[in-house]
Design a protein around this ligand. Structure first.
Ligand SMILES: C[S@@+](CC[C@H](N)C(=O)[O-])C[C@H]1O[C@@H](n2cnc3c(N)ncnc32)[C@H](O)[C@@H]1O
Length: 472
């Protein structure tokens, strides 16, 4: 489950039923839980959670999918991670975020959750099934969300991503819980393969569950094709998957089409596992915490499909005593950054998250390679002169990190650099420099910058530290 998911632990059904009494008749007297194989009990549970936690009154038809809130919440939280990955650098003031939910279903669960969780988000929900479309519109209207959620009718002949056809409509993300199966036979085969009956009944109708042109991989494959036309009109295209094999097929498709900027995540809830893939035509890169499944064993089926790392850690393995204090490391980092030609660095004000030692860095071009460096005065000489370039640069751009670029040309590289005390069991040495690639086309540039800064900071720290047991 997502670490911010408030439903990590099962709810107390009795307390929930007190807030939403229609749930009471479905509580088992002994266990005080509901029977998840009972469709009506499931519907009351979803209604109860949405009512108690979001003040939303949902109308859920009997013969359409009943969305489990904890599972849907996982996906919205991941979308939050994606949308806010670059907020610290880009946003000088809050702006409205726009998203599309493809196949929103009768409850319009994703748009309603997203808009209730985020006051500055607006959503378009698309739906092809007339009955779900009518219910979705009703659920949006009865919760007074018509000015923020627009439910649009999709057609079989039209594009899945048709809201992007309007050139003046730009979106931050699209999300999708696609029809999973390719045929009714596949639904039956999979149920038989599982041997045991599913622990929760599925109330989905054929139109919700089946996409005859290849199931979920076919559906999202079409989204990938269409996204090639729309490119950056939507910043992040995403979809959820019920089968791991679909994830690998979509990643193969992205690679074949030279779309290198993508992310994979996994949602685990009890015995249910789901995956999601995001891809983008922008040069914005996500932190590994959002772009890669953590702690994946190397022999895992998905391991070869993971995107390359956007978060690089450089350990500072300091051999001399005394170990430098955290503030000293931050000073050296700021001095090293300030001395690289064409690099602008700004230390984030400590107050923001109570965190020190976080720098936002922009580089116009590679000025740190060996040949470029040969032209420069030696670092040590300049540091000895007490030059602290970063300080003066920071004061020039004190309005915020989004003003990092002073020139007109777009930077070739934007990244953050975080000084972190290293945990002894993770790495020998006391500090880590954690580089987070945020913007840029050239991955090599980012990697060489991280290794250059890591090396320089290490050398400077050793040079400024008294040798073990020796004279200062
Ligand atoms: C698995 S259901 C997901 C419903 C809802 N989003 C949820 O998570 O509970 C898939 C939905 O996609 C809809 N759908 C299928 N093809 C579509 C298309 N081309 N455009 C829009 N919606 C579509 C189905 O009618 C169904 O409501």
């Amino acid at each position: 489950m997502h670490p911010r998911n408030p439903y990590r632990n099962p709810p107390d059904f009795v307390t929930l039923a007190i807030s939403y009494p229609l749930l009471f008749p479905y509580l088992n007297e002994k266990t005080k839980t509901i029977d998840f194989k009972d469709g009506s009990a499931q519907r009351r549970l979803t209604e109860a959670i949405m009512f108690r936690d979001f003040g939303v009154k949902l109308e859920i038809p009997e013969d359409r999918l009943c969305p489990p809130v904890p599972n849907r919440m996982n996906y919205v939280l991941w979308i939050q991670d994606i949308v806010y990955a670059h907020r610290d650098v880009l946003e000088t003031r809050p702006r409205r975020i726009r998203g599309i939910d493809v196949g929103t279903g009768a409850t319009a669960i994703y748009p309603i959750l997203a808009c209730k969780m985020e006051g500055t988000w607006d959503m378009v929900g698309t739906e092809i099934d007339d009955m779900s479309f009518t219910y979705a519109q009703r659920n949006v209207a009865s919760n007074d969300l018509r000015n923020r959620i627009d439910i649009r009718n999709a057609s079989k002949e039209g594009r899945i991503l048709f809201p992007l056809e309007k050139p003046n409509e730009k979106y931050d993300f699209c999300m999708c819980n696609p029809p999973f199966y390719a045929s009714a036979a596949e639904v039956e085969d999979l149920a038989r393969e599982k041997e045991l009956p599913p622990n929760a009944v599925c109330t989905g109708s054929d139109i919700e569950m089946i996409y005859p042109d290849g199931g979920e991989a076919g559906f999202v494959g079409r989204m990938v094709e269409e996204s090639e036309t729309f490119q950056t009109r939507c910043k992040w295209y995403t979809s959820m998957f019920g089968k791991m094999s679909s994830v690998t097929r979509i990643v193969e498709m992205l690679r074949q089409r030279s779309i290198p900027n993508y992310a994979i995540t996994e949602f685990v809830q009890g015995q249910t596992r789901r995956w999601a893939v995001a891809w983008s035509y922008t040069d914005a890169h996500l932190p590994d915490s959002a772009a890669r499944i953590p702690n994946l064993p190397p022999n895992h089926v998905l391991a070869p499909f993971m995107p390359p790392r956007n978060t690089l850690s450089q350990p500072l393995s300091l051999t001399k005593e005394p170990r430098p204090r955290f503030e000293r490391v931050c000073t050296i980092v700021s001095e090293v950054l300030g001395l690289i030609d064409g690099v602008t660095a700004l230390e984030r004000p400590e107050s923001e998250k109570g965190e020190k030692g976080v720098f936002f860095v922009e580089a116009k071009a590679n000025k740190w390679s060996r040949s470029a460096r040969r032209k420069k005065t030696r670092l040590k000489d300049v540091v000895d002169e007490g030059n602290s370039t970063l300080g003066s640069k920071a004061s020039e751009t004190s309005e915020g990190a989004s003003n990092l670029s002073s020139g007109s040309a777009a930077p070739a590289l934007t990244c953050s650099l975080r000084v972190r005390p290293a945990e002894a069991e993770v790495v020998e040495g006391h500090y880590l420099l954690e580089f987070q690639w945020m913007f840029g086309r050239d991955r090599g540039l980012f990697e060489s910058f991280a290794s250059h800064v890591g090396r320089k900071v290490g050398v400077q720290l050793e040079a400024n530290t008294r040798p073990l047991g020796g004279v200062a």
